[in-house]
Ligand binder design. Structure first.
Ligand code: FES
Length: 107
């Protein structure tokens, strides 16, 4: 695993997301103090989720309102049907690190 420093924990407010520009962009969210990372591309279309509406541990795509669980990547509301890839997140002190190489769909 190759964790990359992304930001400080204080850089993302609770309920907010941050787009990480990468070969495959990643969206990093602060869900009640837990940082979770998923692919920053809705599986229904080519649309960023980083600006989506966060409700608990779900994010809603702003284009057609599909909802995904940020903990499991699973679809919670259509029209999307495919889950999101998840990326491992590590907190070291106040630093947020993400393994950008390890995106995977949860089992
Ligand atoms: S692009 Fe996200 S729901 Fe259609």
């Amino acid at each position: 695993m190759a964790f990359t420093h992304i930001c400080m924990t204080s850089d993302i407010a609770v309920g907010e997301g941050l787009r990480i520009e990468h070969e495959e962009p990643v969206a990093l969210f602060n869900v009640d103090g837990t940082f979770l990372a998923v692919q920053d591309k809705c599986t229904h279309g080519d649309w960023s989720l980083a600006e989506g509406y966060v409700d608990g541990d779900m994010v809603e795509c702003t284009l057609h309102m599909a909802k995904f669980c940020l903990r499991t990547g699973k679809v919670c509301a259509p029209p999307a049907t495919q889950p999101l890839k998840l990326y491992p997140v590590r907190i070291e002190g106040n630093n947020v690190l993400v393994d950008l190489s390890a995106g995977a769909v949860a089992a």
